[in-house]
Design a protein around this ligand. Structure first.
Ligand code: ACO
Length: 321
């Protein structure tokens, strides 16, 4: 029987023009460049300007991914947007992006799994391409996380940034490339360790990010390592046989901790956390696009994506580019 795979036809990303360095932040928050670099590896973040929304970043990343895929955008029949910072409570940011792109058919919806959203979105799009009538999916991770930060809380506001990344997936009869395996999990017992203290139903406000960072850190290292091992093992591989790892960019120390647990070489792990900070659902496609554009990830390479976020949610995707 011929196997269908979701092949990554194109990738793209977008960052707001405004860069905020650690030193600039230290002028308004009780922190320092040295503390932020040592605890997280972050040097700077991009912050959306007034009037620049999640859908603007997402639509720009999508345009670049579609152009990189070399297809006409009228071919896109499924849009999945992973975001925790939608333009509005409804309609979905996916619907708004669909309109901005001028796409008039197919389905569009948002996925909410916080920083793991892109991995969830890829799994959903991959399943829908393989089982449904869809041919070309656009999966976007887009965030204006700066809008839900408490800029007086130094334990969270220094860690995040804004941005977007996108992938175009095409259903193909092949086993040569495409998505090989997905692994997603959630454990709602840990809602209180990483959450936003507002929402339409409970407070009728947007709220701000709250996090017990050191506890999140411990869970992240353990759960990401398990997800990556299970995802690789299900494909008959050990993690260190994979060419590239594109992790969620939360903290360089998490990347190093997971790498150590799985005996990965530092050069195998794509890190953009220094320049982008944590862009939540956008971080994986942003890092992937960065490594494709700078020539590290090449066609034919075996790549693992992974993420961990609020919920807790976590997961991994194994693919051949
Ligand atoms: N500048 C200076 N000092 C600070 C800052 C700051 N920006 N923030 C906290 N501190 C202080 C604390 O007040 C504390 O001081 P105290 O010892 O006097 O009480 C001290 O630094 C140590 O605080 P910890 O929280 O224990 O520091 P830690 O080494 O754990 O680093 C960090 C904090 C960077 C948040 C880390 O725990 C982390 O990265 N956690 C995981 C984050 C993550 O992965 N999130 C998941 C995804 S995000 C999502 O899903 C939305």
């Amino acid at each position: 029987m011929t196997e269908y795979r979701s092949v990554i036809l194109g990738v793209g990303s977008d960052l707001p023009g405004r860069v905020v360095t650690n030193d600039e932040l230290a002028q308004t928050v009780d922190t320092s460049d040295a503390w932020i670099r040592e605890r997280s590896g972050i040097e700077q973040r991009h912050i959306a300007s007034e009037g620049e929304f999640t859908s603007d970043l997402g639509a720009r990343a999508a345009e670049k991914a579609i152009s990189n895929a070399g297809i006409d955008k009228s071919k896109i029949d499924l849009i999945v947007v992973a975001t925790t910072t939608p333009d509005l409570t409804f309609p979905s940011t996916a619907s708004i992006i669909q309109e901005k792109l001028g796409i008039r058919h197919g389905a569009a919806f948002d996925v909410q799994a916080v920083c793991s959203g892109f991995i969830y979105g890829i799994h959903i799009a991959d399943s829908m391409l393989k089982s449904g009538p869809y041919e070309h999916a656009l999966v976007i991770g887009a965030e204006t996380f700066s809008r839900i930060l408490d800029w007086n809380d130094r334990s969270t506001c220094v860690l995040f940034g804004d941005g977007a990344g996108a992938m175009v997936l095409q259903k193909q009869k092949t086993t040569e490339s495409g998505i090989i395996n997905n692994f997603i999990r959630s454990d709602g017992r840990y809602c209180d360790l990483l959450y936003v203290d507002g929402g339409p139903s409970r407070t009728q406000t947007v709220g701000h990010v709250r996090m017990i960072g050191n506890q999140v850190f411990r869970h992240a290292v353990k759960d990401i390592a398990i997800a990556m091992k299970e995802c690789a093992n299900s494909a008959g591989l050990e993690p260190n046989e994979i060419d590239w790892f594109v992790p969620h960019q939360a903290n360089q120390r998490i990347l190093d901790g997971v790498g150590k647990k799985l005996s990965l070489r530092k050069e195998q792990v794509i890190s953009t956390v220094a320049k982008h900070a944590n862009t939540s659902a956008a971080s994986v496609p942003l890092a992937f696009d960065t490594a494709v554009k700078d020539g590290r990830i090449k066609r034919g390479d075996l790549v693992m994506l992974e993420a961990f976020g609020g919920g807790f949610t976590w997961g991994a995707t194994l693919l051949r580019f």
